[in-house]
Design a protein around this ligand. Structure first.
Ligand code: FO1
Length: 307
């Protein structure tokens, strides 16, 4: 029986639905492909925010309020950095730094996929968490204030500069990771779920890797997106602002159009107008807690079986 599910994920929304999917599926039956285009080098460390958010969430270590970072983490390192007039605009919690230190060290002799598998193993995560690529891809944001590196735009400038476009440096020469390609070729593959992550920042880099869109178009399993929008707003983050600044409607129809015919189906919130041209499941898409995450994941999986 076909039972394997691929989830395409970015940060908080992707991590939350992935946690729910992990509650519904056996560990062998879920691969989470994670955006790495938000990654950057900072204070000598390689930081992979979306991988970390997915890992911490799956390990139930995540900070539930801010979404990223480790629950209950302290900030002694940041206080010391501020005292020394170091760069303190990107908050690195004390426990979180251990992840960045180990990853940076291990990347000297291993791929990001290998390092991620090792970190997940230490955190007791049994499902496959796979970086979209082992090569460096870095999002650059074109704004009315010029071209900005992603975390400069997102964290330092709080997404305030008006957006003109997004590009992914290195994407042409990057390859989907072996784990990603292997999951797409898994004979047990039953469905591909696009998590409610930022379509432009988190999902677009995964789809833009050479050959990925072609492989997805040639798939024989349903591809379902869970909308990150509810009532004209993004549940978290700047997706709605970004869509508006590029003149795109912040609706489920806008989301379906954004994915350019790739989707078979979309899961939208009951508050929203259903789009045309794809199958639709309307439900409560807000994930307030782990019970919501498991409930939404179960509904998505049951919906996938009807497609
Ligand atoms: N997001 C913030 O808004 N401010 C921060 O200071 C910040 C620090 C941070 C540290 C580690 C990490 O893994 C993530 C962190 N994030 C922070 C989140 C992250 O930069 C973004 O949410 C993602 O890149 C977007 O998905």
């Amino acid at each position: 029986m076909k039972s394997h599910v691929i989830a395409l994920a970015g940060g908080v929304g992707g991590a939350r639905l992935s946690y729910g999917l992990a509650q519904c599926l056996s560990a062998d039956d879920l691969t989470v492909i994670v955006n790495t285009a938000d990654d950057f080098e900072h204070l000598g460390l390689t930081i992979c925010p979306d991988l970390d958010t997915v890992m911490y969430t799956l390990a139930s270590l995540n900070d539930p309020v801010q979404g990223w970072g480790v629950r209950g983490d302290t900030r002694h390192l940041m206080q010391a950095l501020t005292r020394l007039d170091g760069e303190d605009w990107f908050v690195l919690g004390d426990q979180d730094v251990a992840t960045h230190l180990l990853r940076t060290e291990q990347l000297k002799g291993h791929t990001l996929s290998q390092v991620t598998t090792a970190l997940c193993g230490k955190l007791g995560i049994r499902i496959a968490v796979v970086p979209m690529s082992d090569q460096s891809v870095r999002t650059q944001v074109e704004t009315e204030q010029g071209r900005l590196a992603f975390q400069d735009y997102f964290v330092r400038r709080r997404c305030e500069p008006v957006l003109k476009g997004v590009t992914f440096e290195g994407i042409e020469v990057a390859r989907p990771s072996d784990g990603f390609l292997g999951a797409l070729q898994n004979p047990k593959l039953a469905a591909i779920v696009v998590c409610p992550s930022n379509p432009m920042l988190s999902i677009e880099p995964i789809l833009s890797l050479p050959g990925v869109r072609e492989r997805l178009r040639a798939r024989s399993v349903p591809l379902i997106a869970v909308s990150p929008f509810i009532g004209g707003q993004a549940v978290k983050g700047p997706a709605a602002k970004m869509f508006r600044e590029l003149g795109l409607p912040v609706t489920s129809s806008g989301l379906v159009d954004y994915y350019q015919g790739l989707l078979d189906a979309v899961v939208i919130d009951r508050a929203d107008e259903p789009p045309t041209g794809v199958k639709v499941l309307a439900t409560d898409t807000l994930m307030r807690d782990s019970a919501d995450q498991a409930r939404l994941a179960r509904e998505v999986l049951q919906f996938a079986q009807t497609l």
